[in-house]
Design a binder for this molecule. Sequence first.
Ligand code: AGP
Length: 632
Amino acid sequence: MAMCGIIGYVGWRRSAQVLMEGLERLEYRGYDSAGLAWFEGDRVQRVRAVGNLASLRTALHDKRRLSSAALAERRLAGNPTGGATATLERQLGIGHTRWATHGAVTERNAHPHVDARGRVWIVLNGIIENHLELRARLARRGIACDSETDAEVVAQMLGLMYTGDLAQTVAETMHLFQGQYALVAMASEEPDLLVAVRQGAPLTIGIGQGEQFIASSIAAFLPHTREVAVPQDGEIAVLRADEVVLLDAAGEAHPPSVTSAGWDPERIEKDGYETFMLKEIHEQGAAVRATVQSAMAQIQDAARTVLSTQRIAALERVIVVACGTSYHAGLAGKLALERWARVPVEVDVASEFRYRDPILNQNTLVVAITQSGETADTLAAMRLARAHGAPVLVITNAPGSQATRDADGVLFTQAGIEMGVAATKTFVAQVAMLYMVALQVATVRRRLPSEMVGWLAEELQSLGDRIDELIATVDEPVATLARDLAGSQFFLYLGRLTGLPVALEGALKLKEISYVPTDAYAAGEMKHGPIALLSPQTPVICVATEVNVLPKLLANMAEVKARHAQVLAVAAEGFTEVNEYADHVVYVPRTDPLLEVLLAIVPLQLFAYHLARARSLSVDQPRNLAKTVTVE
Ligand code: AGP
């Protein structure tokens, strides 16, 4: 698994600065080293650094100091321009944040990489699966790599094949590279262009006025342009300051098809919040409102394809595939589809599904959930489903993403860009969209009285406002509790039915950003093993949102108390019995238990957030994690 960010720029601004700022906006994807290469006059300069972007800035600063000293020396020697004036206006470069896969986290392994003759420079995101074979091939030609990375192998191979025409070289060489990747290249001898190609990894072009951008995510260049184009897999993108051209497999050139990105630049700033994650937790009400509001029109659209009346009537089974938080949203979706629409639902993590030889047919609807739309395992699961004749509906937050191209139908959550690595607002938006789908299926299959559908739809519409109110009331007490418990070594989360996805997601949030070990269980399972973990030092967080199983959950809480463990609970308003067993209770508004998932998760996100902050951790970019996991 790996996640890097790549960026390229050609235009009139100071390229090193544009690249640096772009990398800062890609930081959320996760990285452990970073680098830049750019033209300064006729020469290509490179800086690389291990650690965060502050280290890269320092390296850039030092490099600049050295090159101004060199320029001054050349002036003293009677060459006032230092030989650079003729090309001063050239602004071109590439940048990279690296999340190590092949080779340790060292400066030498950081990108950009260059071939042995110093002609071709590249940054690469993804994995080249046959890099060992290519490395051996290079060795036979007497070319030794300087780093342990698969990316350098690509740079060396391109350098070896370089004809003086970078676009042609990339076109003729890329068949050698097996795997899923995206790369941006530049050549010392062609200082006016960037060449890029993607093969299953994200890459988006930003079209500006006399300048062009290319990056793994729109976020990298959104303050400069919202006009974007996405090359197809295998298409070669050639970017010059005044023009972008795409070359198809036959070498035919055509202009890119440009669309306008809907995300506002200011929305990706922090708006006064101390972190993106906190801002995004506060945006959850809006995310649910916007998603619910847009859902009906989108579902009507999908009624022409995957959600047609005939298909819904013929449905035998739904299989939800997803990873991580999106998988937890899928668990809530399953309960809704089964309760409201009486359709059998399986939920599987995409990385298991893709290898388990699943039983599929045209009456199985596969619902893929992925906020990024680029998660490799989820994309592979979707491909597998389609290959077996099952229609695929994707729920995603990312317009233009690979998943939108690979699905038979698409529903967009309206959460806006999420910068924090830990998913929050995209989770609630996914759950809201799944509920809207479940209501539609229930309506078409006549499994719920229309008054009930109406009531649930109204409740869903008002949920956004209730989330806003809930955050305002619980933030402070939850923060105090989190600070008090910041020294705990382990947390156990328990829930039943609709409380279970909440417990699982709450536990994932805490471990992701605070690095405190957590486990989450269906509460009834506790006595079958996890009870052994309990001691007076173990806080146990119970989610009590289902009236049917409330007495059962209370019994589980009593078992926890009997082991002198501390009980914290999130309960639906009115469940006052919970007070008897819990040391602390956070109440959330009472509605349908399925809808309470969207409320009960909020205090647990805030708890994880404040606990991580109390431990002085960087919540927006937790260690080892990446926002978008585009390789397996
Ligand atoms: C969420 O906090 C995680 N960082 C992670 O589990 C994430 O949900 C998972 O990688 C799936 O991502 P996707 O929704 O973009 O497919």
